[in-house]
Design a protein around this ligand. Structure first.
Ligand SMILES: [Zn+2]
Ligand SMILES: [Zn+2]
Length: 109
C-alpha cells in the first residue's frame, strides 16, 4: 500500500499552511506548530523523542520561505528563522494534520 502524497501545498493565510492530498484529504497546519514539530536531530532527541526546541522560542511570525520535495516521501521546509534541516515525511505531515476531522479523531483516542 502506498502512502498518500501531497498534491498541492498552499499558504492559506499568514499563519496557516494547507496541503491537499491525492487521497482527497485536505490538511491544514498552523505554521508555528509545523516548525515546532521539526523532526531533525537539532529539534528532537533521536533516542528519547524529546523536543529540544525551547518552548516559546519559535517566533509567532515564523514562515516557510521555501519548500521542496525530497524524493517521494518527504518535504523539506526552509523556515524564515534560517532553519532548514528537517525532512517532514508525508507520514509525519499526516499525523500533524490539524483539520477538524483529524483533531476530532485525536480527541477521541
Ligand atoms: Zn529541526
Ligand atoms: Zn486532517
Amino acid at each position: 500500500m502506498s502512502l498518500p502524497a501531497p498534491k498541492n501545498i498552499k499558504q492559506v493565510d499568514e499563519s496557516t499552511l494547507g496541503i491537499s492530498w491525492n487521497d482527497g484529504h485536505d490538511s491544514v497546519y498552523s505554521v508555528k506548530h509545523l516548525r515546532e514539530s521539526c523532526p531533525c536531530a537539532n529539534c528532537i532527541d533521536e533516542w528519547s523523542g524529546e523536543k529540544l526546541i525551547a518552548p516559546g522560542s519559535i517566533p509567532q511570525e515564523i514562515r516557510p520561505r521555501n519548500l521542496k520535495a525530497v524524493g517521494l516521501y518527504a518535504i523539506q521546509f526552509d523556515w524564515s528563522d534560517g532553519h532548514n534541516t528537517g525532512f517532514y515525511t508525508h507520514e509525519l505531515l499526516r499525523q500533524l494534520c490539524e483539520c477538524e476531522a483529524c483533531k476530532n479523531k485525536k480527541a477521541v483516542s
